[in-house]
Design a protein around this ligand. Structure first.
Ligand code: MN
Ligand code: MN
Length: 311
């Protein structure tokens, strides 16, 4: 009997890991006899397009709602409902593969839930392929490697583990490429800031967090030159305000990250700026603050902010 169809997807404002992991996990599940289709909750960014084109891997279909298309779904690279599809409450979640904190997520029925504190979902998937004795095809190896490079900023982010490094090397071998030179090309492809409007920049890689009842939005902009971002500060602040008023965010942070130097600078809009100063133990100057050595939103930005809001 054929299994009922399921959709596999990552978070809104998709990054390379979210899309590559949906595609790779769907492939693995189908090899295991499931009937799944990977989809994306939004347009892939320039970095993701570069990675998928490099390995001639087709990008998944884009949806914005389930709209009754399936009864159950599979999540990768997220679990917090506000980062997921808007009508998630109309379907059952049967599997989750993730590497984030678990927050606000609950189900009616038992499910398969695999969470590991690794740098990338694709690293977990490399293990799942091995556990199920399924070979990773060349093009999937390439996009999964692209996902690890993206999430770990070429294995330099503090989220990087030995397992990520080993997975990246194994995938580079299958894809038959030099991961360092490919990684630099990939990160540069993702920083094409001149082509984007201020509103696109503050929305592109943004995630929402509920911190003690306060709606906090945190966007990350990767660049190879922080001045390229801060030359546009006025426009970015206006865009943050517009996006916040439209969507009810109380506090909006843009984390601009120099991917080559592994440093960041914050731009902040909204209420509770004192919490930002407490979280990062510094003073905002003209709504900005340097964060030397900070590159990870998940590990170096969200936890200290959460702590500041608890007090
Ligand atoms: Mn992600
Ligand atoms: Mn990820």
């Amino acid at each position: 009997m054929e299994k009922e169809k399921q959709l596999v997807f990552g978070h809104k404002n998709p990054d390379t890991d979210t899309i590559a992991s949906a595609v790779a996990y769907s492939y693995l599940l189908n090899k295991m006899g499931y009937n799944t289709e990977p989809v994306a909750l939004g347009e892939p960014n320039d970095e993701t397009k570069f990675v998928f084109q490099s390995f001639a891997c087709p990008l998944p279909r884009i949806i914005d709602k389930i709209n009754g298309e399936v009864k159950s779904v599979i999540l990768v690279d997220h679990n917090e409902p506000q980062q997921s599809v808007d009508d998630l409450d109309t379907v059952e979640v049967t599997n989750v593969i993730d590497h984030h904190r678990i927050a606000g997520f609950e189900t009616k029925n038992p499910l398969y839930y695999r969470a590991e504190p690794l740098g990338c979902v694709s690293t977990i998937l490399v293990k799942l392929f091995a556990e199920n004795a399924v070979e990773i095809p060349l093009n999937l190896a390439g996009v999964m490697l692209g996902a690890i490079i993206s999430d770990t900023l070429l294995l330099k982010s503090p989220t990087t583990t030995d397992e990520d490094i080993n997975a990246a090397k194994a995938l580079a071998k299958i894809a038959d490429i030099d991961y360092r030179s490919f990684g630099i090309e990939e990160l540069k492809a993702g920083t094409n800031l001149g082509a984007k409007s201020d509103l696109e920049l503050v929305r592109q890689d943004a995630k929402s967090f509920d911190m003690n009842g306060v709606k906090v939005r945190v966007d990350q902009i990767n660049t190879v030159d922080l001045n390229e971002v801060f030359d546009r500060q006025n426009g970015l602040e206006k865009a943050m305000e517009e996006d916040a008023k439209e969507n009810g965010y109380d506090l909006f942070l843009v984390l601009a990250t120099d991917v080559l130097e592994s440093d960041s600078r914050l731009l902040v809009w909204g209420d509770h700026k004192d919490k930002v100063e407490t979280a990062f133990n510094g003073k905002l100057e003209n709504n900005t603050m340097n964060l030397p050595g900070v590159v990870s939103r998940k590990k170096q930005v969200v936890p200290p902010l959460e702590n500041a809001f608890k007090n």
